[in-house]
Structure formats: C-alpha cells, structure tokens
Ligand binder design. Sequence first.
Ligand SMILES: CC(C)(COP(=O)(O)OP(=O)(O)OC[C@H]1O[C@@H](n2cnc3c(N)ncnc32)[C@H](O)[C@@H]1OP(=O)(O)O)[C@@H](O)C(=O)NCCC(=O)NCCS
Length: 180
Amino acid sequence: MRADDGFDTLLTERLLLRRSHVEDADTISAYRSDPDVHRQQGWDRTDPDGVRAEIEEMAAREPGEPGGWVQFSVEERASGLLVGDVGLSPADGELGVIKVGYTIAPAYQGLGYATEAVRALIDYSFGTLEADVVRAYADAENTPSIRVMEKTGMRLMERFSGRDGGEVWFGVRYEVTSTG
Ligand SMILES: CC(C)(COP(=O)(O)OP(=O)(O)OC[C@H]1O[C@@H](n2cnc3c(N)ncnc32)[C@H](O)[C@@H]1OP(=O)(O)O)[C@@H](O)C(=O)NCCC(=O)NCCS
C-alpha cells in the first residue's frame, strides 16, 4: 500500500469528493450534531471548533499515510453544496487494510449518495493506494450503514460486542478485498 501525495478530487456521476478544509467546519458541525447522526458515530466533539481542529490536524497527512484519518468533503455536483463527508485510514499494524467511514447530512439521505461516495472511496483505495482490503464498522442495528456496505460489495466478517459505560453494544465488521 502507498500514500498518495498527488490527491486532487474524486468524481462520481453526482458527487465530487475533495479534501475537507476549515471553511467546511460549520456545515459539518451542523449535521454531525444532529442526534440521529451523532448516535452512530464515535466523535468526541461535533462543535465547529472541534471539527475545525480535526480538519487542521488531518491536513498534514496524505491519504493512505499511516497514523490516522484523512477526510474528504462530499459535494453535490449539481448544486455545489456540501452534503456529507467520508474518511479513510490505514488500519494500525495491518498492512494493506484501509478503514472507511461515511456520513451524509439528514436532508440528503436516501438518495444513494453514501453508496456512490463509498464506491469511489473503495475504487480509489484499491486503484491508487493499492490496498488489499477495505473495511468498515457499524453498530449492528445501523441498517442504512449496513445497506451501504452491502451495496458496495462488502461482506460481513465479524459480529462483536463491546461496552459503552454500562451499556452492551453490538457491532459488525464488513470488508471487501481487491480480488472481489
Ligand atoms: C449511513 C448513511 C451514511 C447512509 O447515507 P445515505 O446517503 O442515505 O445512503 P444510501 O442512500 O446510499 O443508502 C441507504 C440505504 O439504507 C436504507 N435505509 C435508510 N433508512 C433505513 C431504515 N430506517 N431502515 C432500513 N433501511 C434504511 C435505504 O433504503 C438504502 O438502501 P436501499 O438502496 O437498499 O434501499 C447515513 O444514514 C448517515 O450518515 N447516518 C448517520 C451516520 C452513520 O451512521 N454513518 C455510518 C457509520 S458506520
């Protein structure tokens, strides 16, 4: 696997994926703060300053570079509006494995945008980063996210449970390999 120091944008039929920049923070903060969105993700902070700090931290990293996430903002090409974000990160200590994450703002959900963006991310991970495996995690009850995984060709690899305070939490791990 390799890091990509020449990343520009990823284009799909309806979407453009580009590096997130600090001017995106207010929009991203607004949809991440929606309780239905926040419930599914592990973000510590969703306020604009927190999102801005995270974007600044990621700006120093190339996609595919070990050590953490790189985030792309997802724009609707027809309107130029920011409708969500996706991210990728090499898995710690597992050569060739890329983890992906994705969020679409509630107003734009159900249009197939996450599926379209994640497909582009998978193609990019295999084609440009030369990853062997693309992986995603979700709460076992997060049906929309699991549908996105299934529609992008990922398969269920593991069911697991964890604890969040006193609450037991059930999760799933899905993966697709470069050989299909
Ligand atoms: C998961 C998420 C990114 C999906 O975004 P999206 O753009 O709406 O996804 P798509 O339109 O590509 O596909 C959604 C699929 O979920 C299905 N779906 C949506 N809501 C559903 C529900 N309540 N019950 C069952 N299926 C549902 C849709 O019907 C669609 O599947 P289909 O094409 O088979 O009909 C979005 O819901 C989101 O941001 N959720 C909060 C954050 C999150 O959970 N991120 C993933 C963490 S692992």
